[in-house]
Design a protein. Structure first.
Length: 427
């Protein structure tokens, strides 16, 4: 597929290619298991069919009333119930001009100052809410929604408030489903077989993304093509899902316990956050798993660059390269050239950024950090859709190769029970 390319050349000096071939075969078997649906967590494979099965027109119809009446939408959710939407919206919208409607996020922390700032800001906005929670009982979004619901009701009246709230939740279980049915909110269903971190191409991600004015049909198109190009019948050599799953497991076996997803665009900050959750929650269990970290360069070359180049050698990097940018920002020629930058005059910032990326990659490889390169031909809806699906599919395959159930998250309950005890939650 032209939109995305994977190059593992800069890992080969760190591994044994025979072992890589064996792991590629293992990854292919894992992909067959995923396709046949007979592996661990196989009751959570609904996400695999989303690009083909989801009716995006239903989403546009469902959001049209809210979209027509507000200038701001607050998306309430945490973890898999917000990161995908936030990743895509940040990647594909202007960094300074808010989308129309403006999309804001709440309930992804318990920070009082953040929420207080948001609630004050909303005083002068014409706003609505999209509340997303599969379980319908997660504390952070439940608290934020309780406050926001009161705000909408007191500002617009109970009846009007009902048309300003969209709920995305389970079809029958949980407090949010009960409330949505009781109040008659427009609602979308999160299917039983789709876990939070694999839900970006379900209404969980697509509703906020569509509200932001981003073309969800094109996103799904990219995902669909990625799915087609990475089925288990494709040659192992060309299958980037198999290759990525195999190489990261092999590097892990070689003591590279940390994978850094490196982007050279701050617009991809939340994409890196989404990826961290996807891989961290899917693989980090039973005392195993690569720790997923992220950096945004060149910014972080001035902070974490030192460690990556020269610190403990348990790191490998996956570098996200965007080959062509839409914008062209050229470096001007100046007469006195006091900053000695005239040698770059006429070049655009993207060129300098890519040279920084290529130079850093070479330096890191020389410093003992294997680098996987993942290139996007351009940053648009189609390639983001392909990228999201690539990461999801490769994550499932990689988890199977590691020998874990990539679709559960038993570890996230531990903090909750301690917190509830401290809060005195009735049993
Ligand atoms: O991936 C996951 O399953 C989690 O990150 C959940 O999405 C997150 O905990 C939020 O859960 P819920 O949607 O039930 O509120």
């Amino acid at each position: 597929m032209d939109a995305i390319n994977l190059n593992i050349e800069n890992t080969l000096n760190f591994i044994n290619t025979e072992k890589l071939n064996l792991l590629m075969q293992e990854a292919q078997k894992a992909l067959v298991t995923l396709e046949k649906g007979n592996g661990l967590g196989n009751d959570f494979l609904g996400w695999l069919n989303l690009p083909e099965s989801i009716d995006y027109k239903e989403i546009y119809t469902g959001i049209s009333e809210l979209r027509s009446k507000v200038d701001t939408v607050v998306v309430v959710g945490i973890g898999g119930s917000y990161l995908g939407a936030r990743a895509v919206i940040s990647a594909l919208s202007n960094s300074f001009v808010p989308t129309k409607p403006e999309i804001l996020f709440a309930g992804n922390s318990l920070d009082e100052n953040y929420h207080n700032d948001l609630f004050n800001y909303l005083q002068n906005r014409n706003f609505g809410i999209v509340v997303i929670s599969k379980s319908g009982t997660t504390t952070e979004p439940a608290i934020a929604f309780r406050i926001l619901k009161k705000m909408v009701e007191s500002k617009y009246g109970i009846e009007e408030a009902r048309s300003r709230i969209i709920a995305i939740t389970d079809k029958e279980r949980g407090a949010l489903r009960k409330l949505a049915d009781k109040e008659g909110y427009k609602s979308f269903i999160i299917a039983d077989d789709i876990g939070g971190r694999f839900s970006v191409l379900s209404p969980v991600g697509l509703v906020p993304i569509a509200l932001a004015g981003i073309d969800i049909a094109k996103i799904l198109e990219g995902a669909k093509d990625m799915n087609r190009f990475t089925t288990s019948d494709k040659s192992i050599e060309d299958n980037i899902v198999i290759k990525y799953a195999a190489i990261r497991n092999l590097l892990y076996q070689r003591g590279k316990n940390i994978e850094i997803l490196t982007s050279y665009s701050p617009k991809l900050f939340f994409l890196v956050e989404w990826w961290k959750q996807l891989y961290g929650e899917s693989e980090g269990k039973g005392g195993k798993g690569i720790f997923p970290a992220g950096v945004i360069n060149t910014t972080d070359l001035h902070s974490l660059g030192q460690y990556i180049q020269d610190g403990e050698r348990m790191i490998f990097e996956t570098v996200l390269d965007i080959k062509t940018e839409g914008a062209r920002v050229a470096i001007p020629e100046v007469k006195d050239d006091l900053d000695n930058l005239n040698y770059l005059a006429g070049k655009d910032m993207h060129y300098v950024n890519r040279m920084a990326m290529q130079g850093t990659l070479l330096a890191h490889v020389e410093g003992g950090v294997p680098n996987i390169e993942l290139s996007l031909s351009t940053l648009d809806e189609y390639s983001i859709g392909a990228l999201l699906f690539f990461f999801e599919k490769a994550c499932a395959v990689s988890g199977y190769v590691l020998g874990v159930n990539p679709f559960d998250q038993p570890g996230v309950e531990a903090y909750k029970s301690k917190m509830f005890e401290l809060l005195g939650k009735p049993k």
